[in-house]
Design a protein around this ligand. Structure first.
Ligand SMILES: [Zn+2]
Length: 554
């Protein structure tokens, strides 16, 4: 009994640098349990519970590096844990291991609580057992990203109306009432800015964002999506076509969970989505980079959205999320060489300025869906208007009967407008909001180099029309401009030098720079009002492209 309760030494067997901590045995029975585990999945962790759990791991000498991602709007420290064998604490040490760095984030929507519980348990279990993925990857875990939202506990009937427990959960937005998973372009929340800085600092090979659905009654314990933005290119396609299908097979074979691509049985999620007995199709969500996992694809890296099934009991959701992340870490570890090769190829193409292929900046849902079997739960009428379970329309009840129907699966987007990356973009020094945002995104903004003008055209976008959304979204009336690019070979660089800064096209985040700076991008700085004062029909758009004379305007 005692022997079974004791774990052998961990990191010392692999030459770990954890010092005394890695030398000591850790009694399994004394390891902390999450609040979910302690309450038989009746409750979820408060912020203090999460901190106490991490304190306890540290006090027991569990090998990991405890750092801060940043501070929330209300000043809470967002813990960032780094785990690997041998143990590392800096990005340089992580890179020196030549392994994939996998960044897993939980609790961005603080009512969606199972990612937080699953990630804490997984950190504990991996760090205190031998011979696992920590020998082959570096794990960066952010267990409570939206810590302020987590603390605004309310009954689930208020904060998560369609979720099957626990009874009391936090709220979706942060303390500024911003949805952090719509903030990855405009970066208005301190949480987002910390997240972008951590991406820049650690340059993870893979990003995983843990959520809970609140949609259709389907037959899957968890649904997932790669970056849906076609500008994610090879890393996006590889995630969609190779990693995720293999993960699906493993989740079924090894963990007993059916999982599938994220979707709903309608584009506009409505009651009939649930009650229809014949489904019209399976539709994914959105490709725009305001969503974190879509954004991360612009970095040409592996990016995965995980959505536990909100209609499953809390315990099952935690277990499905745990299994999904665990399997994913193993798969990324196994495929590390291939993943790093894909990413290195994308990096060198971008950083050398050799990326000639046009990059999608506007996309639409695929017009050529594949037909695949999708499973859904049959609903029955109750004969009255009672509410049988959160998320089930009044007058209906769940039957537990699953039906599988072949239907069109809209799981991807196709480009409708693409642009090449120019030699550089020029913008006015007075566009301070845009410049600040570019820098938040890890994009270098620098003085114009006169050498840039050799054999170059300056291409200017003449605005034809400006449209402002009537309804505010996240505090913004989103902007849309149309117009056309025109080469101006006569414009001399010297004429614009003094008031201008430059964003080079041969820098690591050039794809993100294109998406942010192009006036016709469907989720760029224009969209979020960074250039409002300068937008009028007939005027030039305030960001110019410098293109070589061999590459005329797009
Ligand atoms: Zn969510």
């Amino acid at each position: 009994m005692l022997a079974g309760a004791l774990l052998a030494t961990t990191a010392c067997a692999h030459g770990g640098q954890g010092g005394a901590s890695s030398q000591s045995s850790i009694a399994r029975t004394t390891l902390p349990r999450t609040r979910a585990e302690r309450t038989s999945y009746a409750e979820t962790s408060t912020y203090d519970d999460v901190i106490a759990f991490i304190d306890s791991l540290q006090n027991k000498g569990v090998p990991m590096s405890r750092q801060e991602l940043g501070r929330t709007t209300e000043g809470r420290v967002q813990p960032l844990l780094v785990l690997s064998r041998p143990q590392v604490t800096t990005p340089e040490e992580a890179r020196a291991l030549h392994r994939p760095v996998v960044y897993v984030q939980a609790n961005i929507h603080a009512g969606e609580v199972e990612g937080k519980e699953a990630l804490l348990a997984l950190v504990r279990d991996l760090a205190t057992t031998k011979n696992n993925v920590l020998d082959s990857i570096v794990l960066i875990a952010i267990p409570i990203y939206n810590a302020d939202g987590n603390e605004r506990f309310k009954p689930q009937s208020v904060n998560r109306t369609e979720q099957n427990g626990p009874e009391s959960v936090g709220q979706r937005p942060n303390a500024q009432m911003l949805d952090l998973n719509r903030d990855y372009v405009k970066a208005e929340a301190p949480e987002t800015r910390s997240s972008l800085a951590a991406f820049e600092k650690w340059n993870p090979d893979a990003f995983v964002d843990l959520h809970t659905t609140d949609g259709s009654f389907h037959g899957y314990a968890l649904t997932y999506a790669p970056s849906l933005n076609p500008a994610a290119r090879e890393a996006g396609a590889y995630t969609r076509d190779s990693l995720l299908p293999e993960l699906r097979r493993r989740m079924k074979a090894r963990d007993g969970f059916e999982v599938f691509d994220y979707g709903n049985f309608d584009t506009q999620y409505e009651e009939r989505d649930i009650t229809d007995t014949v489904k019209s199709g399976w539709f994914t969500y959105d490709h725009r980079p305001r969503f974190g996992t879509n954004y991360f694809g612009l970095r040409q890296r592996i990016s995965i959205l995980s959505e536990a099934y909100s209609h499953d009991p809390f315990e099952r959701r935690v277990k499905a999320t745990y299994a999904f992340v665990h399997e994913l870490l193993s798969l990324v570890a196994e495929r590390g060489a291939r993943i790093r090769a894909i990413e290195a190829a994308a990096d060198s193409e971008v950083a050398r300025g050799n990326l000639q292929t046009p990059i999608p900046i506007r996309s639409r849902l695929t017009t050529t869906p594949r037909t695949l079997p999708v499973t859904f739960e049959v609903m029955a009428r109750t004969g009255d208007s009672s509410l049988t379970q959160p998320g089930v329309p009044r007058g209906f009840r769940r039957t537990g009967v699953m039906k599988t129907q072949s239907m069109p699966v809209y799981d991807r987007f196709e480009p409708v407008l693409s642009r090449t990356i120019p030699r550089a973009w020029l913008l006015s020094v007075r566009d301070t909001l845009a410049i600040t945002l570019l820098r938040e995104h890890g994009i270098r903004v620098e003085p114009v180099s006169p050498a840039l003008g050799k054999n170059a055209y300056i291409s200017v976008f003449r605005i034809d029309s400006v449209r402002t959304d009537t309804d505010a979204f996240q505090g913004h009336h989103q902007m849309h401009v149309s117009g056309r690019w025109k080469d101006l070979p006569m414009l001399r660089l010297q004429d614009v030098l003094q008031l201008t800064v430059m964003v080079r096209g041969d820098q690591p985040q050039a794809v993100a720079a294109l998406y942010l700076l192009d006036p016709e991008s469907d989720d760029g700085l224009v969209t979020w009002n960074a250039f409002d004062r300068e937008l009028a029909p007939g005027k030039p758009f305030p960001v110019f492209r410098v293109v070589s004379s061999s590459a005329r305007s797009p």
